[in-house]
Design a protein around this ligand. Structure first.
Ligand SMILES: C[S@@+](CC[C@H](N)C(=O)[O-])C[C@H]1O[C@@H](n2cnc3c(N)ncnc32)[C@H](O)[C@@H]1O
Length: 231
């Protein structure tokens, strides 16, 4: 199936609310466990000095879980949508876990404007994460340029995203499954996201052709892709 890009930033109020109200916790916990296993395998333990950045953080679901899992680190969630950042701030403020989120802050910035964002990050990043972001980015080079620019020799990258279905029939089946759990706005957004997603081959070829072969691309089941490693 050919890729159909979607709008990068999620700015519409009803879109932000539908996303925020949905329960994606199972997948989110999975991602935190996957990152944790990866760090354990590499014998890396995160400490007070370490900075974790969550790119395209949306309403902060992953950022909050990172902050709770690694309480001694500083966690920064970055999103280009003002509406999403406002929601993330609201969620942090009203969370029952608020007292465990003191190490978390948010920055509103497009990942393509990384120069100004870099200025706001005073330390080197130890863990650079994203979830469901890559498919929003119209040109793959913008995503990889950003992570290259934010990474140093100490940075572990871990980025998870949807994998584009093989054909329209599979995309429609996934859309139908989604509609049994979520509202129409979210279902339509998910369908657009599936079509905008990249394939394993596209991500792998990009890394190989752009001197990024230190990054691994991995198929996580039949729905997801993970890009991880050092840049
Ligand atoms: C599908 S949501 C994922 C949110 C969050 N990572 C999660 O897993 O719940 C994608 C988010 O990426 C943000 N985004 C898309 N393109 C971006 C860009 N170029 N710069 C910054 N944020 C971007 C959108 O505004 C949206 O909040």
């Amino acid at each position: 199936m050919e890729r159909i890009p979607e709008t990068e930033l999620m700015k519409k109020k009803e879109q932000v609310l539908s996303y925020d109200e949905a329960d994606f916790s199972e997948g989110e916990v999975n991602l935190i466990n996957q990152i944790n296993h990866y760090l354990l395998r590499k014998s890396i333990s995160l400490s007070e000095k370490d900075l974790i950045v969550d790119l395209g953080c949306g309403p902060g679901n992953i950022s909050e879980k990172l902050a709770i899992k690694w309480p001694n680190t500083e966690v920064v969630g970055i999103d280009g949508s003002k509406e999403m950042i406002m929601r993330a701030e609201y969620n942090k403020e009203t969370s029952t876990q608020k007292k465990y989120l003191k190490n978390l802050r948010y920055i509103c910035s497009d990942i393509k404007d990384i120069k100004s964002t870099k200025f706001l990050l005073k330390k080197k990043i130890r863990l650079l994460v994203s979830n469901s972001l890559i498919h929003h980015i119209t040109h793959l080079e913008d995503f990889f340029k950003t992570i290259r620019s934010l990474s140093s020799n100490i940075t572990i990258n871990f980025h998870k995203d949807l994998k584009r279905p093989l054909d329209e029939k599979s995309a429609l089946e996934l859309k139908a499954q989604c509609s049994t759990k979520y509202n129409e706005i979210l279902t339509n957004d998910y369908y657009a996201s599936l079509k905008a997603s990249y394939t394993f081959k596209e991500l792998r070829n990009f890394t190989l052709e752009n001197d990024l072969s230190s990054l691994e691309v991995f198929e996580d089941g039949d729905k997801y892709l993970i890009v991880y490693g050092n840049v």
